[in-house]
Every structure is written in structure tokens, then in C-alpha cells.
Design a protein around this ligand. Structure first.
Ligand code: SF4
Ligand code: SF4
Length: 282
């Protein structure tokens, strides 16, 4: 079972939900928690533990200027503007390269070969006896999050219960995180912005064919617009977490709601059951 925790916008409490769900499940079974929010990974703050790291690399072209005759074919092929062929050399802009490998294939002189370029790291930790934490970190200044997310997900291949914390929003990194998941928890808050971005996130899960349910966080009791939206779109509100200064204090300390207020273990356990029900699993 792979469950993604996502949100249409940042700051909804998505990471808090993912961390508490994984903590709850780890009380009774083995679980892997994956931080796919690679531009700002912070699950490790809830689960501090020694970690090992592995580089994530992508192939980028290297041009042998001695062989290249400046025919221009690579520059014409590259749809991303990463190659510009001048009279006396070829300029390569690595920050625009999507590592598609096409320029290497089209070069008639075989003047291009590929070399690995680091774009981030994936770390591995075991903060609890039944909890593995895999975190992706995108290198500063690197615009391509997808290869790092893919590497983090690959590290969990074969794990039977995986919780993935997605980036906020609805862009490529979120789609990459959701790909292959059995269910998605969409975390929202009851504000006009929250509802607008929830609509976008619901659209993404629907297009990907992933069953989704809603968690309303920081509820002040004025959730009617969100509830109406969910009812109209046949979405279950699986959990509501109230606006509560005590909960905010627990989080600001980097602690977990379920560890401090153990009565929440039952609620997060029920949330998992509802995710299973979304997929038709027991
Ligand atoms: S396609 Fe090959 S030979 Fe032509 S400009 Fe590019 S690197 Fe040089
Ligand atoms: S690998 Fe693809 S994206 Fe990168 S420079 Fe070559 S053609 Fe452009």
C-alpha cells in the first residue's frame, strides 16, 4: 500500500499529517516514510536519527570540441535551449538540460558523450524500530526535482507500506510523487485560498485515477464551503483537526501530536483504515 499525502498549497499541515500517520502505523507494523518534498524536506525534524546518504545524478552531455565540426544538429534538436552552436564552439547551459540524451544520439560525428552530474542526495535513516525514513534533498540552485523524487521512491521498491509526503502544489514533482500510489490524502484548510488550491489538487488526483480523501486541518468550525465542495465531488472528509494552540505548540517543538496526545493514535489509525477503504482493500 502506497499512500501519498499532498496539498494544493503550502502551509496546510501536510507534513504533520504524513508524520503522524507513519508514527501511528509504526506502532504495530513496518512502515517506510518518504520525504518527496525535496526542495524543503523536513520530516527529519520530526524523526531525528543518524542517516546515510547517496548521491543522485543525471547524465549530461559533454562535447569533444576536437571532433565537433559545429554542424549545429545538436542545437537544432535540443528543445530546451541547452545547446547553442557558435562558429568556433558549442555552448552548453546545464541548468536548462533535461538529460533527455537526444543530442548524443543525433550528433553525426559522435562528438558527444554523457557524464553524471549530481543534482541532490537521498538519505536513509531508521528513527524508530519499525519506521524507515527516506528523504530526498535537491541541491541548491538545481531546478529539477523529479530525478531526486524518483530516486527516493526507487529506494522503497518492495516495501509493503509506504507513506509519501509530496511537495505542495500541483506541478511535476507532485505528479511524480503521486505516480503509482494507491491512495492520496489531500490536506486542506478552510479558507478561500485553501479551497481554491484543493480544487486544483483534486483535479490532479482525478486525472491520475488515484482515489483521494480529505483532511481538514486547523478547522475553526467554519468548514461549510469545503464540506459542500467535498459532497459535490463525492470526496470523503476522512479527518478534521481543530485549530488548537496546544497542537501548534507541539508541532513548533518538532514533536508529534500522536506521541504527545496519544488519544490521536486512534484517529490516525482510523485515517489509515479510510485510505484502505478508498482503494477497496481491507
Ligand atoms: S551535433 Fe555534434 S558535431 Fe554537430 S555541433 Fe553538435 S556536437 Fe558538434
Ligand atoms: S540531453 Fe537533451 S536536454 Fe540536454 S542538452 Fe542534450 S538534447 Fe538538450
Amino acid at each position: 500500500m502506497k499512500i501519498a499525502v499532498a496539498s494544493g498549497k503550502g502551509g496546510t499541515g501536510k507534513t504533520m499529517v504524513a508524520a503522524n500517520l507513519a508514527f501511528t502505523l509504526s506502532q504495530t507494523c513496518q512502515v517506510t516514510l518518504v520525504d518527496c518534498d525535496v526542495e524543503e524536506p523536513n520530516l527529519h525534524l520530526f524523526f531525528p536519527a543518524p542517516a546515510t546518504a547517496k548521491d543522485v545524478t543525471v547524465p549530461v552531455p559533454v562535447i569533444d570540441e576536437k571532433i565537433c565540426d559545429r554542424c549545429g544538429k545538436c542545437g537544432e534538436f535540443c528543445q530546451y535551449g541547452a545547446l547553442t552552436v557558435l562558429r568556433d564552439r558549442v555552448l552548453f547551459f546545464p541548468e536548462l538540460c533535461h538529460s533527455c540524451g537526444g543530442c548524443t544520439l543525433v550528433c553525426p560525428k559522435n562528438a558527444i558523450h554523457e557524464e553524471p552530474k549530481r543534482v541532490g542526495i537521498v538519505t536513509y535513516a531508521k528513527p524508530l524500530p519499525r519506521l524507515d525514513l527516506v528523504s530526498g534533498y535537491l541541491d541548491t540552485g538545481n531546478p529539477f526535482a523529479v530525478p531526486v523524487i524518483r530516486a527516493a521512491k526507487t529506494a522503497t521498491a518492495g516495501d509493503s507500506l509506504v507513506i509519501l509526503d509530496a511537495s505542495p502544489g500541483t506541478s511535476c514533482p507532485v505528479v511524480e510523487t503521486l505516480d503509482g500510489c494507491d491512495a492520496c490524502i489531500l490536506v486542506t484548510e478552510s479558507t478561500p485560498f485553501g479551497l481554491h488550491d484543493l480544487q486544483l489538487a483534486v483535479d490532479v488526483t482525478a486525472r491520475l485515477g488515484i482515489p483521494a480523501g480529505i483532511v481538514i486541518n486547523r478547522s475553526d468550525g467554519k468548514d461549510q464551503a469545503t464540506l459542500d465542495f467535498c459532497m459535490n465531488h463525492d470526496l470523503e472528509v476522512m479527518m478534521t483537526i481543530p485549530f488548537d494552540r496546544g497542537i501548534a505548540t507541539i508541532q513548533s517543538r518538532g514533536d508529534l501530536l500522536c506521541r504527545v496526545r496519544t488519544e490521536w493514535l486512534k484517529a490516525f489509525s482510523a485515517l489509515y483504515g479510510k485510505c484502505c477503504a478508498l482503494t477497496g482493500a481491507e
